[in-house]
Design a protein around this ligand. Structure first.
Ligand code: NAP
Length: 499
């Protein structure tokens, strides 16, 4: 179950937002009474409850906004219990002073918050909480590294009592989602996009639609997308929708792994038995030495974006590379079974010399294309060209190089710089294939220029969806629902239009 946290300065706003949450399907709402600027009027707030309630008045010392008298705070909590709220949140020390009443059904969430760190022995916090006679134990600590978050989740899995164990901050996001697998009675989510109650708290809509939180249970297999940053990755939304469509009990969660900490982070997570990992910037190269085996696509490109856990053995693949090659072959009129690639002998100009350019260059080279690399930093472009065995040109020459295919493997034209194109209109000729790897927006200025010059275009969304579909096949052994994935990517990229 997801518990929506609501806190507003005015009674009327609190009630209005509670109604909106109830209308959106909230099953439980935490009312953060400490956010009210005036004296809380409990009759007005709790008299006609719209959903079951967690009643919370959080002190400043615990991350809340209550600045009033402590006696008064405890009196209000007692009043809420008398009024029969479903849950009260009591800090561990408060719980000692507010014993369980003899009558009434209010359940006690006894909580400890630490906004600075996650202590080494989380058990000690639980022991402290146990003295307060909890129905639900809640521990929320800031994760300073991934190992903190991993320990917190493992702790939830070990406890016998209903426990919500959360690591706050971006490193702990997955603990808020995967608690459901380890018996957490609920997780907390924000509702109002302009208000944040705890670092890293996800939004209700995302937990429900991107993670299908309520479907996660003890049997759910875990998949991850790793990178830094990772919060805006589209991978969980599309893979989870595809898992659901095929009736598979699997969930993909985002795990932020800071650069330079990949090895120890994966080691810290090994107990979680993650079945598959989608890998993104900056780990595509660094993950290769950590694999037990890699396929040819990884060997050729030196980059790995997909890891499959085969009975504890980690095997690396590169679906970016395959997706780009298949998209190009199709645009050039070829098909997968062809004896000779449709790319053979085509003149291809690659703009950029980063990870994506590198994968594409090696793929094209194998298929016999004539490749030219053109990069802003010439030295980097020349280095890639030497490795691939092709030519490099100066960035200033990019518009005057005749070619059959032009590929943008730079972020030029990406949101919010949507009025930029990596090449001017003069670079386009009718019949050329124009391929933009940028997928936000889907229809970049580069592609629009190509369309207006009667070119064949391939979008970054085509490539993104295809690489995800190939990952899905590795993860499940089944064909991905590609159109559903594409629809979700478009919806995510244009939320205002579709919501
Ligand atoms: P990367 O390794 O950081 O490389 C970026 C490349 O873009 C470098 O060659 C860089 O040139 C060049 N560049 C950056 N800003 C530039 C500018 N203002 N003008 C000219 N060149 C510029 O990144 P990557 O992983 O290769 O990703 C490249 C693009 O691919 C990303 O923007 C992303 O949108 C796209 N992508 C798409 C998919 C998909 O599935 N569709 C997947 C992954 C990535 P310097 O060497 O001069 O810095």
């Amino acid at each position: 179950m997801i518990c929506i946290t609501i806190g507003r300065g005015r009674h009327s706003s609190l009630l209005a937002e509670w109604k909106a949450a109830a209308d959106a399907g909230a099953e439980l709402v935490e009312l953060r009474i400490d956010c009210l600027r005036r004296d809380p009027d409990l009759k007005r707030i709790l008299g006609n409850r719209l959903t079951p309630v967690v009643f919370t008045i959080r002190r400043g010392a615990d991350g809340g906004l209550w600045r009033g008298d402590e006696e008064k705070r405890r009196r209000l909590i007692r009043e809420a219990i008398v009024m029969g709220v479903e849950y009260v949140d009591l800090e561990a020390d408060t719980a000692l002073d507010i014993p369980r009443p003899r009558f009434g059904k209010t359940q006690r969430i006894v909580s400890i918050h630490n906004f600075k760190k996650t202590p080494q022995r989380i058990e000690e916090l639980a022991e402290q909480i146990a003295k307060g006679d909890p129905d639900v134990t809640k521990i929320a600590c800031l994760a300073q590294n991934l190992s903190d978050a991993s320990r917190m989740l493992a702790f939830v899995g070990r406890t016998q009592t209903p426990t919500i164990g959360i690591c706050m901050g971006p490193l702990g996001l997955f603990t808020r989602i995967l608690g459901a697998k380890f018996g957490a009675p609920f997780t907390y989510a924000g509702f109002n996009p302009d208000l944040t109650f705890a670092p890293g708290m996800p939004r209700f809509g995302d937990l429900r639609s991107d993670y299908q939180y309520d479907r996660i249970n003890g049997e759910t297999e875990v998949y991850a997308v790793i990178g830094d940053p990772i919060g805006h990755s589209l991978s969980p939304a599309i893979h989870n929708a595809a898992f659901r469509k095929l009736g598979l009990n699997k969930v993909m969660v985002p795990i932020q792994i800071p650069v330079g900490t990949l090895k120890e982070s994966l080691a810290a997570l090994s107990w979680l038995n993650i079945q598959g990992i989608s890998v993104t910037i900056p780990h595509k190269e660094a993950i290769i030495p950590l694999m037990n085996a890699v396929d040819k696509s990884v060997e050729r490109t030196g980059a790995c974006n997909t890891v499959l856990n085969q009975g504890g053995k980690l095997v690396g693949h590169n679906t970016d590379y395959r997706a780009a090659m298949v998209s190009l072959e199709q645009a050039l009129g070829g098909s997968p079974g062809d004896e000779h690639s449709a790319i053979l002998d085509k003149q291809v100009l690659i703009l950029g010399a980063g990870g994506v350019a590198r994968s594409i260059a090696f793929g094209l080279s194998r298929r016999g294309a004539g490749i030219t690399v053109c990069n802003r930093n010439e030295e980097r472009g020349v280095k890639l060209a030497e490795e691939v065995g092709c030519r490099a040109i100066n960035w200033a020459m990019r518009a005057g190089t005749p070619c059959d295919v032009i590929i943008n493997a730079t972020p030029v034209g990406m949101h919010p710089n949507v009025d930029e194109s990596p090449v001017p209109p003069a670079a386009f000729r009718p019949g050329m294939v124009v391929f933009d790897t940028v997928y936000h927006p889907e229809n970049t200025l580069f592609l629009k220029l190509g369309q207006s010059h009667e070119c064949i275009t391939i979008t970054g969304v085509d490539m993104f969806v295809y690489q995800a579909a190939l990952q899905f096949r590795y993860y499940t052994g089944q064909d991905a629902p590609v159109e559903l994935m594409r629809e979700i990517v478009r919806k995510k990229l244009n939320p205002a239009k579709d919501d």
